[in-house]
Design a protein around this ligand. Structure first.
Ligand code: FMN
Length: 307
């Protein structure tokens, strides 16, 4: 998830049972122009392995070059091609979900990337460009011939954005029409939801995005539920406050106080979501003007007996 799955958050997810994490997506153009900022997105530690790196772009040659560069410089376990992003800055470049309007180009990109690297290549896509062009089954069948190793499907169209529920029946349809492993994505925000996706779609793996924000324990909760084990972790309010404090410290360690302070503001609401009686403190945290102020508010929160 662009803007969220940075090093600190990925590490926290791994510690809490995530099987595979992915970096924030990076532009193939940015990579081949050696932009320092783009490189920053890709730094990781071995604690985060296995790790996937996602690239976007619309040019098979540049995408292949970017994938090769990533493989040689960063050594990820997988490289993922983005065919699902619907934000204007990506669509304008005919990349992300715009590739679903041009499946032949997506196919060429997939072939070029597969040829350029020795690590497994995967593709993540949406259902189609809009409701009038749901192309995911056809595209999945075409991609299966390119040498990629798995497909992730987030079954909403680009024009849906995040409106309307994800259509899990499309995950099941894709699963039936190809032999590659299928990873389902969309609206899994509880452990029971993950089990329901496995059962309803037959997918090999479930990808959890927003459901991990504020509750990175969800990965362990899913595994335990799958194994019929009693839950070993709690996502209680005090546990969330403690983890939020640690997350802040990790951000400081990786990116320095200034960036950490800004970055964490996105996460606070998620960690403190559902706390009934602390709206004032939550606002204080979100509006805090320095890292010291944020730490003090978090300390204040952790002293409250009944959250
Ligand atoms: C803030 C945000 C950023 C995202 N960034 C990416 C991205 O860079 N690449 C990608 O393939 N999907 C991205 N997604 C989509 C998610 O991977 C996922 O498919 C979608 O959110 C549905 O899953 P969820 O309901 O578990 O969040 C993003 C989603 C969110 C909310």
């Amino acid at each position: 998830m662009a803007g969220y799955t940075n090093q600190a958050f990925r590490q926290i997810c791994k510690e809490n049972g995530a099987g595979l994490v992915c970096t924030e997506f990076v532009s193939s153009d940015g990579l081949t122009r050696s932009s320092e900022k783009t490189y920053d997105y890709l730094r990781f530690s071995d604690l985060e392995r296995p790790i996937s790196m996602q690239i976007f772009g619309d040019n098979p040659v540049v995408m292949a070059e970017a994938a090769n560069l990533i493989q040689n410089e960063f050594h990820p376990d997988l490289i993922d091609i983005n065919a699902g992003c619907s934000v204007p800055k990506v669509i304008k470049k005919n990349a992300g979900a715009a590739l679903l309007k041009n499946p032949s180009l997506l196919e060429k990109i997939a072939r070029a990337v597969v040829e350029a690297v020795s690590v497994p290549v995967t593709v993540k896509m949406r259902s189609g460009w809009n409701r009038q062009s749901i192309v995911a089954v056809d595209v999945a069948q075409r991609l299966e011939q390119t040498g990629i190793q798995a497909i992730t499907i987030h079954p909403r169209t680009a024009s849906d954005g995040f409106r309307n529920p994800a259509d899990w029946s499309l995950i099941a349809e894709i699963k039936k029409s190809i032999k590659l492993p299928v990873i389902g994505s969309g609206d899994v925000c509880t452990p029971a939801g993950a089990l329901r996706m496995f059962a309803e779609t037959g997918c090999e793996a479930v990808m959890i995005g927003r459901g991990a924000l504020g509750n990175p324990w969800i990965f362990r909760q899913v595994s335990e539920l799958l194994d019929n084990k009693p839950p070993s972790v709690t996502d209680s309010p005090p546990a969330r406050v403690q983890l939020c404090k640690r997350h802040l410290q990790m951000e400081i360690q990786y990116r320095g106080e200034k960036v950490a302070h800004k970055e964490m503001k996105k996460f606070y609401r998620w960690y403190l979501r559902g706390f009934g009686n602390v709206s004032e403190i939550r606002e204080k945290l979100v509006r805090s003007s320095s890292i010291n102020e944020a730490c003090a508010v978090l300390e204040e929160l952790s002293q409250i007996q009944k959250l």
